[in-house]
Design a binder for this molecule. Structure first.
Ligand code: PEP
Ligand code: MN
Length: 285
């Protein structure tokens, strides 16, 4: 049994289940996150799927996110459109004394009008932030284009950040499960992050597709001083009981697996920060 690892890092750490399933699952996840000092809980209310199926609890889960925010955590959810974003944000604004929220759109959701409209909705709330990902296909100009569209809303760069979730392998032929679900392009990610001057986190869960791969990618990304990769944090899928998760069951970690990774991450950060100014509290908003 590993010990619960308390986080105190100058990084964006987002953790929690792929999808919000039940009130109990969300609150259990929130308690586990809080115990560890994770500030941002992911629990998606909307889940676009390749084929019709469970597509999220949608608006029915908003009261659960309100409870999460009342616990002092930042709830994070994917939305499909600006209407969803406005509904979540106004409910949190109305019901939480010290509100905060993270809104994102999925990689496949490439309607620039909606991206801009979501940015405009988020911009209205000083305590909200907007995360968006690279599109599934490998194309740097498109990725930068999303950013340009979002910034055309005049949202501040301090209210947005990017997530690198990897690029689709471009085939649905049966593949060796050891292969990644989506491939990182670290060079491209670092170019976009540095040249556009935006924060960018990495999503090892959707790159990995399996627990083994998620752990491998996380370890690769955290040794950033050795390999020239420098992300501003991580988003992890973590489920109270991954084997029965309603979505992405194969890639969700347990909290104990998360602890082991974070223990190593903290050690590395401390090693690096003894040589530079990287330390301080974990980023929240
Ligand atoms: C997710 O966050 O659960 C997800 C499906 O991610 P993506 O949009 O990157 O595929
Ligand atoms: Mn997922």
């Amino acid at each position: 049994m590993s010990k619960v690892v308390k986080l105190n890092l100058n990084k964006i750490i987002i953790a929690g289940p792929c999808a919000a399933e039940t009130r109990e699952q969300v609150l259990k996840s929130a308690r586990e996150a809080k115990k560890r000092g994770v500030k941002i809980l992911r629990a998606s209310l909307w889940k676009p799927r390749t084929e019709p199926g469970f597509e999220g609890v949608k608006e029915a889960g908003i009261p659960w996110l309100i409870e999460v925010a009342k616990m002092g955590l930042t709830p994070g959810t994917e939305v499909l459109n600006a209407r969803n974003a406005k509904t979540v944000l106004s409910a949190i604004a109305k019901n939480v004394e010290n509100p905060s929220a993270l809104i994102w759109i999925g990689a496949r959701n490439q309607n620039h009008d909606e991206q801009v409209a979501i940015a405009k909705a988020v911009k209205k709330y000083p305590w909200a932030r907007f995360m968006f990902k690279n599109q599934p296909w490998r194309h740097e100009k498109h990725w930068r284009g999303i950013l340009k569209h979002v910034l055309s809303s005049k949202i501040g760069k301090d209210k947005i950040f990017l997530s690198h979730r990897g690029f689709d392998p471009g085939t649905d032929e049966p593949r060796d499960p050891k292969l990644l679900r989506n491939y990182p392009d670290y060079k491209m990610a670092m170019r976009v992050k540095t040249e556009e001057d935006v924060d960018m986190i990495i999503d090892p869960s959707h790159m990995g597709g399996t627990v083994e791969n998620v752990i491998k990618i996380t370890k690769e990304a955290m040794r950033h001083k050795e390999n020239g990769i420098s992300f501003d944090g991580f988003i992890f899928e973590i489920h109270p009981n991954p084997t029965v998760a309603w979505t992405d069951a194969k890639q969700q970690l347990t909290w104990e697996q998360f602890d082991e990774l974070m223990e190593e991450y903290i050690k590395l950060q401390n090693k690096y920060s003894s040589k530079s100014k990287e330390s301080g509290a974990q980023v929240s908003f």
